[in-house]
Design a binder for this molecule. Structure first.
Ligand SMILES: NC(=O)c1ccc[n+]([C@@H]2O[C@H](COP(=O)([O-])OP(=O)(O)OC[C@H]3O[C@@H](n4cnc5c(N)ncnc54)[C@H](O)[C@@H]3O)[C@@H](O)[C@H]2O)c1
Length: 362
């Protein structure tokens, strides 16, 4: 494989904004979408940034299953709760506005939850949880997604990779941000392995014969056809606690859809009865907990920081020289990539060049 080229984050963000605008996405909404995507790249979450820009978002705009304008409608608004309808628009726009509303409500009520229906893939969940932490609050968010995970003892793709994502403010340069799927791995990482032609680690997927596949392109095809499924966090069977991930994924599926009685699991395949592409109609939820309704924010931040510092300072396993806390690796990536730019592989570079041509960009 040829050496990766690097593009500075600001330049890449501007490119995504310009492409989105040429697809009639309003300026302010294009900025939000590009900001969420570039935030993934700059934090080293390569599965959810520029690599998904064309194949997920632009292709869906082209297919007409994603609305360029996110007409966010308030369905109900009762003190600490609200329900919004994203009307098949961008999940990033709905997500940012929903978490902003949750934070405003938590200033008054101490805790709040905002539910969103008829939305689409909102990218990295951590972006929205971090918004709450930046405001001195605990942020929790989750979303359902295309069915991918098999239940423990099953092989059928039933649940989405349903991230359960939490951000807690600390007194350090980075907060505690646990941002991950409830599957052992997620589709975006398999796409990245496919782009890099690398074999998948064992145990990430289970097919109908009960075997694990290693060819990422074949696995992606089998996932789409429903012949293989991702394993829940903890892996196959009960021995490594796979039923725990299965339970968390189920909870996210319920909370993402149940508060508006929306579609769930296999009705989220993005196809209508005739097999034609159709909007995904995903649900998300956003929770903000205002710590200052309990204790002084500064003391809470120090308390969190003390816990994180104690964990990192604890005895290392033989052969290991460092213990991380959640959010730390993304912070390290940010510091590095702000200087070096974002690495772009050949496949993504090809997509960028194609979009440049299509949209007449220099
Ligand atoms: N929108 C969707 O439908 C959807 C679905 C699934 C995942 N996602 C996103 O995909 C991204 C990646 O998810 P993933 O499941 O591949 O995450 P992952 O397995 O890479 O885990 C990332 C998390 O683990 C922490 N972490 C990593 N190594 C650690 C260590 N040694 N010690 C302590 N903490 C450590 C990181 O700080 C981070 O919080 C996330 O941003 C997630 O929101 C989105």
């Amino acid at each position: 494989m040829s050496e990766k080229r690097h593009i500075m984050a600001g330049e890449l963000k501007l490119f995504m904004e310009q492409v989105l605008k040429s697809y009639k996405v309003p300026d302010d909404e294009a900025e939000i979408i590009a900001d969420v995507l570039i935030s993934a790249d700059i934090q080293g979450i390569d599965s959810h940034g520029i690599g998904r820009f064309k194949p997920i978002y632009i292709d869906r705009l082209e297919e007409g299953i994603l609305e360029p304008i996110t007409r966010l409608e308030v369905i109900s608004d009762n003190m600490a709760t609200a329900l919004l309808d994203a009307n098949d628009g961008f999940g990033h726009v709905a997500g940012k506005k929903a978490m902003k509303l949750a934070i405003e409500k938590a200033r008054t009520y101490g805790i709040s939850i905002v539910s969103v229906k008829n939305s689409s893939h909102y990218g990295i969940a951590g972006y929205y949880a971090q918004m709450a932490a930046d405001s001195g609050m605990i942020g929790i968010t989750g979303t359902n997604a295309r069915p991918s995970i098999a239940p423990t003892f099953g092989v059928e793709n039933m649940l989405g990779t349903n991230p359960l994502t939490i951000a807690v403010p600390s007194d350090e340069d980075f907060d505690f941000v646990l941002d991950c799927a409830t599957s052992t791995t997620q589709r975006g990482k398999i796409e990245k392995y496919a782009r890099e032609n690398k074999p998948l680690p064992k145990g990430w997927v289970i097919n109908h014969e009960g075997n694990s596949g290693e060819d990422p392109k074949l696995v992606l095809d089998q996932l789409v056809k429903g012949y293989a499924a991702l394993t829940p966090l903890g892996g196959v069977g009960e021995d490594n606690g796979g039923y725990k991930g299965y339970g968390y994924a189920t909870f996210i599926e319920i909370l993402s859809s149940g508060l508006h009685l929306g579609p769930y699991m296999q009705s989220l395949i993005g196809r209508d009865e005739s097999g034609k592409p159709s909007p995904y109609r995903l649900g998300h939820f956003f929770i903000a907990i205002n710590v200052s309704h309990f204790v002084e924010e500064e003391s809470f931040r120090k308390h969190t920081g003390d816990i994180l510092r104690a964990l990192r300072a604890s005895q290392k396993a033989p052969g290991e020289d460092r213990i991380y806390t959640a959010g730390e690796k993304e912070h390290i990536f940010r510091l590095q990539r702000e200087k070096t730019g974002i690495p772009i592989d050949d496949v993504v570079n090809g997509q960028i060049q194609e979009l440049k041509r299509r949209c007449g960009l220099k």
